[in-house]
Design a protein around this ligand. Structure first.
Ligand SMILES: NC(=O)c1ccc[n+]([C@@H]2O[C@H](COP(=O)([O-])OP(=O)(O)OC[C@H]3O[C@@H](n4cnc5c(N)ncnc54)[C@H](OP(=O)(O)O)[C@@H]3O)[C@@H](O)[C@H]2O)c1
Length: 270
């Protein structure tokens, strides 16, 4: 069994975090900078990005921010080249940016289905393909992607969101196999419910809570992701017991889908 290389010291490591203007991405950027990483962040909302950048720069003045719409796939190769130029290299690419959308599969507008595919699936794949050549040349790097429990437990009312997340899992698991023992490691994160509406923090023990319906503060999720990168683990469920629900679903998918159908009929907002 080959080892997954991890991180023992963040000082001087160059990390690009996409979608860092809010939520998990912002919390992760702040956390990594506070541990000494030089963080590059990007998103569309410049004002929010600048606030996160100011926090990161209190720890590491060389942190940088870029305003970019990741749906504009044709710009992403140049964007990665610009980040590599400015930061010197990308040691860790964090594909965090995503759009969330709820709605019945049959009535979700086609334009929304396409936009979610672009932002949630095609853009992380494109960024990864652009960042890989320099990582390969150095023989090292980490690529971490935020999937979702929705990828593993697709439920009624979230088809357009769950499908690109499931595609991410398929693509990055295949990539992990192709890069095995190359010095470049691939990491996937499966959050259940993360609170990104408030600035609340909480105890790290929440990342282990057996109640998978717990709303886990974004900074707790961010620290769990940092520890995943430090250990070099392929997968992280937040909270970790959410993995048991995925195993259960795989063992009896019909029963799980029927349960969700009943839940949907009883209380669906859609
Ligand atoms: N929160 C949860 O319960 C949960 C559960 C499972 C998985 N996840 C995953 O965790 C990740 C972070 O989610 P979050 O909850 O922290 O969401 P969030 O607060 O809405 O953050 C999403 C980030 O993505 C950026 N983004 C969206 N569209 C973009 C685009 N076209 N171009 C550039 N940036 C874009 C947003 O920035 P701008 O709007 O400024 O562009 C924002 O910074 C996502 O991949 C999400 O699917 C979250």
């Amino acid at each position: 069994m080959a080892a997954q290389a991890g991180v023992s010291d963040w000082t001087g490591r160059r990390v690009l975090v996409t979608g860092a203007s809010s939520g998990i991405g912002a919390a992760l950027a702040r956390d990594l900078a506070s541990h000494g990483a030089t963080v590059g962040i990007c998103a569309r909302r410049t004002d929010l990005l600048q606030q996160v950048l100011a926090d990161c720069r209190r720890s590491v003045p060389d942190c940088r921010a870029w305003t970019i719409d990741l749906a504009d796939l044709g710009r992403l190769d140049d964007f990665v080249a610009r980040v590599e130029d400015t930061l010197g290299r990308i040691d860790v690419l964090v594909n965090n940016a995503a759009l969330a959308l709820a709605g019945p599969a049959t009535t979700t507008p086609w334009a929304d289905i396409e936009q979610l595919l672009r932002v949630d699936y095609l853009s992380p794949v494109r960024l990864t393909l652009a960042a890989l050549p320099a990582m390969r040349a150095r023989g090292s790097g980490q690529i971490l992607t935020l999937s979702s429990m929705a990828a593993r437990m697709s439920t009624p009312g979230e088809a357009a969101y769950a499908a690109p997340k499931a595609a991410l899992t398929a693509w990055f698991e295949a990539l992990a196999g192709e890069l095995w023992d190359s010095g470049i490691t691939v990491h996937l994160v499966y959050p259940a419910l993360i609170d990104v509406q408030t600035d609340a923090d909480g105890d790290d023990a929440l990342a282990e809570t057996p109640n998978v319906a717990t709303n886990i503060p974004a900074p707790v999720c961010a620290r769990a992701i940092r520890r995943q990168l430090e250990r070099g683990d392929l997968e992280l469920y937040v909270p970790t017991p959410a993995r048991d629900a995925v195993v259960q679903r795989a063992l009896d998918t019909r029963a799980s889908v029927e349960l969700m159908a009943n839940w949907y009929r009883a209380g669906s907002p859609h």
